[in-house]
Design a protein around this ligand. Structure first.
Ligand code: AMP
Ligand code: GLY
Length: 426
């Protein structure tokens, strides 16, 4: 079988690596891929957003399956375009991708399906948003409706912060058209977790739970990033919680979408706040998490290819399982100087081979380029150093031992990935 993976980040590297080990697979291609992905897949220089180019390439090369990593091509209708041509594609259609592409749409779906989520209101007018904030009993979160590369969410503990957030998004238009509509919602307290599952339009098949570290600095300080590290499983999501998330959130979502004429086929990601009253949805994403995918796939003992293929071909996964190793996994993201702000690229990276040689370690590349015979930095998030071990303490220790072997000018990474889980376990 020949499989095409679309995207160029750490998530796509993990997908290529996992797909390549399937006994069903002869060849993996990645468009556009990156310097490190080239070790696990044939990289093709077609952008992830070039739907016409990718469609032509997939048709000409008769791929058995195309797996779409990021949200933007899904929101732009890549899955619809492939299906219209009879090509097997793993990823939801455009109408379903609106769950991530429009926060107002996602909230409306949650409300009509009775899915627990923060109280909210949608605004097109800054003055109306300010009046709502004035009356809000506690803190609020101001969210630009559209895609803003994970940056359009402003968490505001005080009313003054909330007024500035409205100004930023609606008046100064910091996120452009993504801020045409704004969701203002109640600030929830609790512990966050990522719940990622495969869906065939009817059934929900969960991966293990995971947890991301969104803030740039230790102790969850500093601005939000795409994710500075992740671990799996998240102890806050035990078996009972898994059942609750499926029964009260994901299954109602899938059925509610069906009523709207949308068959959800692909990955659904629920960003959760585990509150004292139970899980509440902060966001839905229509793809796997980055960096959550790296520890998830590192632990995943099942072959994911049959599941993806079945869903892409319109089949069912009712009896499928995605088993995980008992040992936990931890991913430490190594980032460029300045990230999540402006960065400098082209810094030479050393030590990747040594880190990769440790048993139970895989260095996934997020933003690298191969220049002559060395890797150089080519993005904000550069590497995801991922380790699996028998227990969480060992997995953390191993990931940091591997990270300590790698260096590039200006690099930074968090030193406390997984510590929240350690605290909960103790
Ligand atoms: P989102 O992209 O909607 O998941 O928001 C990004 C981050 O903002 C989340 O991971 C949370 O840390 C935070 N966040 C979003 N909504 C809320 C909320 N209602 N209450 C508290 N924190 C939130
Ligand atoms: N790690 C957060 C996300 O993928 O959206």
């Amino acid at each position: 079988m020949r499989i095409l993976v679309v995207g160029s980040g750490g998530r796509e590297h993990a997908l290529c690596w996992k797909i390549a080990v399937s006994p069903l697979v002869d060849e993996v291609f990645c468009a556009p891929g990156n310097g490190g992905i080239a070790a696990d897949a044939v990289c093709i220089d077609i952008g992830a957003d070039d739907i016409t180019g990718l469609l032509r390439f997939a048709r000409d090369n008769a791929f058995d399956l195309t797996v779409v990593g990021p949200e933007a091509p899904l929101a732009a209708g890549m899955a619809d375009a492939f299906r219209a041509e009879g090509l097997a594609v793993f990823g939801p259609e455009k109408a379903a991708a609106m769950l991530e592409g429009s926060k107002a749409f996602a909230k409306d779906v949650m409300k009509t399906c009775g899915i627990p989520t923060a109280d909210y209101q949608v605004f097109t007018d800054a003055q109306a948003a300010r009046s709502f904030i004035e009356k809000a009993p506690g803190g609020v979160v101001v969210k630009a409706d559209g895609l803003a590369a994970g940056k359009g969410v402003l968490v505001c503990a005080t009313k003054d912060e909330a007024y500035s957030a409205v100004d930023e998004v609606m008046v100064k238009r910091a996120f452009g058209a993504a801020g045409d509509l704004v969701v203002v919602e109640e600030l929830l307290a609790g512990e966050e977790a990522s719940f990622i599952a495969v869906c065939d339009g009817e059934n929900v098949l969960p991966f293990a739970s995971s947890q991301d570290h969104k803030r740039v600095f230790d102790g969850d300080q500093g601005p939000n990033t795409g994710g500075m590290g992740a671990y799996s499983p998240a102890p806050v999501v035990d078996d009972a919680m898994t059942g609750t998330v499926i029964d009260r959130i994901l299954q109602p979502l899938v059925w509610g979408l069906k009523k709207r004429g949308i068959t959800y086929r692909g990955v659904i990601y629920a960003g959760l706040m585990i509150t004292p009253e139970g899980p509440s949805v902060l966001e839905f994403n229509v793809r796997m998490g980055d960096p959550e995918t790296q520890p998830l796939l590192m632990r995943c003992a099942s072959d994911i290819v049959p599941v993806m293929l079945e869903v892409a071909q319109g089949g069912g996964i009712k009896n499928a399982r995605l088993e995980s190793s008992a040992g936990p996994s931890v991913c430490v993201v190594m980032a460029s100087e300045g990230y999540p702000g402006p960065i400098t690229k082209g810094r030479v990276i050393s030590g990747i081979d040594k880190a990769d040689a440790i048993e139970g370690v895989k260095v996934f590349h997020a933003g690298t380029r191969l220049q002559e015979s060395s890797f150089v930095t080519a993005g904000g998030r550069v590497l995801g150093v991922t380790a699996v071990a028998d227990d969480l303490t060992s997995a953390i220790e191993k990931a940091y031992r591997a990270a300590s072997m790698i260096s590039f000018a200006g690099m930074h990474f968090r030193r406390d990935i997984g510590h929240k889980a350690l605290r909960r376990l103790s």
